[in-house]
Design a binder for this molecule. Structure first.
Ligand SMILES: C[S@@+](CC[C@H](N)C(=O)[O-])C[C@H]1O[C@@H](n2cnc3c(N)ncnc32)[C@H](O)[C@@H]1O
Length: 198
């Protein structure tokens, strides 16, 4: 199938499923492969706007679960009872204190990050910004993820991954890289899946 047709297919699929972005299908593919989301889970979604990851997570965790989304941009109301959103910066540690307090939470079962910096097109700069975000996700996971929990992290190419992978392997039993089909062929992003927090 020509490339544009495949892109169009995911765009239409997202629209038909009521998703705000095609990204939901990337998370679905990751979930189907690694069996991450279950009923009743508490999930933190970093870089959550416009909200398609949250829409997928909401369905999977059901009414007993809770998903919290954070983004620099306002997330338009999703009208989902098991989802709460916060407008803010993932580097703002006060925000996590507020979230934990306001929702009577202790730790999360899963953290998903689709965080992406504003790209410049200059590979080492974009990769560096993505690496910085990924290290922040790991720092948040160290504090706020339950033992045995998992993390999904979007990464852009162009950085020295070795450093990040080493750190992740210290903290998780399994660390893998996965590139779901729903990613545009022209995009070089992929995801790191970390399972079973030590
Ligand atoms: C690819 S989009 C996320 C799409 C989302 N997962 C969905 O399914 O709708 C990446 C998001 O990361 C957010 N972002 C980038 N840096 C951030 C930061 N420091 N704090 C919070 N959000 C950030 C951007 O505002 C952007 O909305």
């Amino acid at each position: 199938m020509p490339k544009y047709e495949a892109q169009d297919r995911y765009f239409k699929k997202a629209r038909d499923a009521g998703y705000r972005a095609r990204s939901a299908f990337k998370l679905q593919a990751i979930d189907e492969k690694y069996d991450l989301l279950r009923s009743g889970m508490q999930v933190l979604d970093l870089g959550a706007a416009p909200g398609s990851f949250l829409q997928y997570i909401s369905k999977k965790i059901g009414e007993k679960g809770l998903a919290i989304g954070i983004d620099l941009q306002k997330i338009r109301d999703l009208s989902l009872r098991n989802v709460k959103t916060y407008e803010g910066d993932v580097f703002d540690d006060e925000l996590y204190k507020k979230i934990v307090q306001e929702n009577g939470l202790n730790k999360f079962d899963l953290i998903t990050s689709d965080l992406a910096p504003n790209t410049t097109g200059i590979s080492f700069m974009d990769g560096g910004a993505s690496l910085n975000l990924s290290h922040k996700v790991l720092e948040v996971a160290k504090k706020l993820l339950k033992k045995g929990g998992g993390v999904v992290i979007k990464i852009l190419p162009g950085f020295n991954e070795g450093d990040l992978f080493g750190e992740l392997r210290k903290n998780f039993v399994q660390v893998k890289k996965y590139r779901p089909q729903a990613i545009r062929k022209s995009s070089r992003e992929s995801y790191i899946i970390c399972l079973n927090k030590r």
